[in-house]
Design a protein around this ligand. Structure first.
Ligand code: 3PG
Length: 390
């Protein structure tokens, strides 16, 4: 695909699609991770002398009306602070925007535009008419085929992939397509059902798969153990068994927990106890992996060449059930493996245990990261490739 870094942007009207969909509480941005990741792209375009228009969604407002809650105003303000000069937020932009060379403006939430969600062609053409160069940089929204992420790529005079998008694809490619072996994936979270495609795709690639959380409970049940009152999915026992059989056929390991942390209820102050995995009683809930299991997994991580991490292995929001995730986080931080982490809960764990700068690559994608791990082609990336004739 064409890369933004290959283009001369001087004096050009450059429309950059970023994913500036950040959590905002009472007008305050509570995580700037996606903004921090987008900033170098915006600065590069500005420094190249472009007339920079940044477009993004925020949340899921209704199309066709203004919704103050979903305004990008706090984001424009933040960008202004970072760039050292005020950044205008433009509400009415579909018929053209006046921007000076070297200036950066933010266009109001594109999901307020009628037709954005259904990738309306007329809207995509309006976006295309705003610019000389369209830069797709929103990895976090690259799995959505919408007018500002997909349709516009067909109609813009020039369409290019931005540095953040390229960086994400390079890192994910390095982890999954040309990994240093052993390739170890940690796939955890509450439900097998939401991650089944991911498990099925990864089991064809990894050397080791560590499952955690509710997903592990379903695997523990599939191995014939009682999981007591734990969250698990009886309907997916067969699917879990198939993943295990596929792993065996390929010679991949799916190490099962040997011990777990249980409690009588799901709460921060529930009394925690450590049990062997085959001793979980009725009425007990598994809320974390046990210390022996954490050690076994940490040893595997230490020997890995590549680690892909999605999902905490316990209820780490409650300190009593966060030890397993904490041990694995430090193992990832200390390992020499190329490591990549993604997904909202995973990033919260990375932050909580202070290892952000020790993970080789932290993805800005939630759903997009998962779809990539599922082996799906992201529609925005497909559109860029089609545009480049590949
Ligand atoms: C995300 O937060 O995962 C992206 O910004 C995409 O948002 P969406 O799920 O509302 O399309």
């Amino acid at each position: 695909v064409t890369r933004m870094s290959d283009l001369d942007l001087r004096g050009k009207r450059v429309l950059i699609r970023e994913d500036l969909n950040v959590p905002i509480e009472n007008g305050r941005i509570t995580s700037t991770q996606r903004l921090d990741a987008s900033l170098p792209t915006i600065k590069a375009a500005r420094d190249a002398g472009a007339k920079v228009m940044v477009i993004s969604h925020l949340g899921r407002p209704k199309e066709g009306q203004f919704d103050a809650e979903s305004s990008l105003a706090p984001v424009a303000k933040w960008l202004g602070e970072q760039l050292g000069t005020p950044v205008r937020l433009i509400a009415d932009y579909l018929d053209g925007v006046d921007v000076a060379a070297g200036e950066v403006v933010v266009l109001e939430n594109c999901r307020m535009n009628v037709g954005e969600g259904k990738d309306d062609e007329a809207l995509a053409k309006k976006y295309a008419a705003l610019c000389d160069v369209f830069v797709m940089d929103a990895f976090g929204t690259a799995h959505r085929a919408q007018a500002s992420t997909h349709g516009v790529i067909k109609f813009a005079p020039v369409a290019a992939a931005g540095p953040l998008l390229c960086g994400e694809l390079d890192a994910l490619g390095k982890a999954l397509e040309q990994p240093a072996h052993p390739l170890l994936a940690i796939v955890a979270g509450s439900k097998v059902s939401t991650k089944l495609m991911l498990l099925e795709n990864l089991i064809g690639k990894v050397d080791q798969l560590i499952v955690g959380g509710g997903i592990a409970n379903t695997f523990i049940a599939a191995a014939g153990h009682s999981v007591g009152n734990s969250l698990y999915e009886p309907d997916l026992l067969a699917a879990a068994k198939k993943v295990l059989a596929d792993a065996k056929r390929r010679g991949a390991e799916v190490p099962m927990p040997v011990d777990v942390v249980v409690a009588p209820e799901f709460s921060a102050h529930a009394p925690a106890s450590i049990k062997a995995v085959d001793e979980v009683k009725d009425g007990e809930m598994i809320l974390d992996i046990g210390p022996q299991t954490a050690k076994l997994y940490a040893d595997l991580i230490a020997k890995a060449g590549t680690v892909v991490w999605n999902g905490p292995v316990g209820v780490f929001e409650f300190d009593a059930f966060g030890k397993g995730t904490e041990v694995l986080a430090h193992a990832v931080a200390d390992s020499k493996a190329f490591s990549i982490a993604g997904g909202g809960d995973t990033l919260a764990a990375v932050d909580k245990y202070g290892i952000a700068d020790k993970v080789s690559y932290i993805s800005t994608g939630g759903g997009a990261f998962l779809e990539f791990l599922e082996g799906k082609e992201l529609p925005a990336v497909a559109a860029l490739k089609a545009r480049a004739g590949k």
